[in-house]
Design a binder for this molecule. Structure first.
Ligand SMILES: [Zn+2]
Length: 287
């Protein structure tokens, strides 16, 4: 993936801020990580460590409390620039598609835990979108998990995660999220339709980024092999794959995000068409 550093106007840096409190609303995540954590908690087995991989940063980082100052490795700072570039480009894409129906928002970067408009969240929740404050929340350590524990490395795999969360923002702006009952579950649930549509919307951005000459226009540009990275990421966080990773049997009645096959299929649909009308997961699942 080719991209250039910007002014970080798409980022709200809360990495040096800590604090947990209460809030309202339900966060919508990328799926997966919390599932494994809950399995670990319920059975007393640490599935996360069973999955292998160290998952720690290459160098120690240091926080200076609530002053907002943060110490980070150059690699982490480059990751911040990448997230900013992807977030900016994703938002440009949706602005072009939706006009003034699109409202720009930001990615809140945090470490360990954060107080969001949807309540307290820990890094184990994984990246999520909070409809109440309309922001995307991300702990960059998730990218290490994605690469080392889930086996989906690469910058476009990471970009897919960011673009998926912005897909939830689009759903919130268009009123789609309201159609879904919070906490719904099962292979044909509204929750799965919502998540697969966010995958399709991530593909919509991928389509825009795959246009030749994007990088010369100051935009993100995909390179050969990038699409495969994102497809791999979509596949490893499918509900069926995660349930197997967690050592259990596949339970479609507990699906919240869709199977690996569905997640890759809907991402690809967006990627190939670039047309949000092709992302009618609600129609596809309920008819
Ligand atoms: Zn999601």
């Amino acid at each position: 993936m080719r991209w250039s550093s910007g002014d970080r106007s798409n980022i709200e840096d809360a990495r040096g801020r800590s604090g947990i409190g209460m809030g309202g609303g339900v966060p919508i995540g990328i799926g997966g990580f919390l599932v494994l954590l809950v399995l670990s908690w319920a059975t007393g087995t640490d599935f996360l460590s069973l999955l292998g991989g160290g998952g720690t940063n290459s160098a120690p980082t240091e926080m200076t409390g609530t002053t907002g100052q943060v110490t980070a490795t150059p690699q982490e700072e480059r990751m911040v620039d990448m997230v900013d570039a992807v977030a900016g480009d994703t938002q440009d894409t949706w602005q072009q598609l939706l006009g003034n129906r699109y409202q720009r928002t930001r990615v809140v970067l945090f470490r360990d835990g954060i107080q969001s408009g949807c309540g307290a969240a820990e890094s184990a929740t994984g990246p999520f979108y909070c409809p109440a404050d309309q922001k995307v929340y991300l702990d960059l350590s998730f990218f290490n998990e994605l690469s080392e524990r889930f086996g989906a490395p690469g910058d476009f795999a990471q970009a897919y995660v960011v673009a998926h969360e912005f897909g939830h923002h689009v759903q919130n702006l268009l009123g789609t999220s309201e159609r879904v009952r919070a906490g719904s579950m099962g292979a044909n649930s509204g929750s799965v339709a919502l998540e697969l549509q966010a995958d399709c919307y991530a593909g919509i951005w991928g389509h825009a980024a795959s246009q030749a000459g994007s990088v010369h226009a100051g935009r993100v540009q995909l390179e050969p092999g990038d699409a495969e990275e994102a497809l791999r990421a979509a596949s490893v966080i499918g509900d069926d794959h995660l349930q197997k990773m967690g050592g259990g049997r596949v339970q479609p009645e507990r699906f919240t995000h869709g199977t690996s096959a569905q997640r890759t299929e809907w991402f690809q649909r967006g990627l190939q068409s670039g047309d949000p009308r092709q992302c009618d997961t609600f129609g596809a699942l309920t008819h």
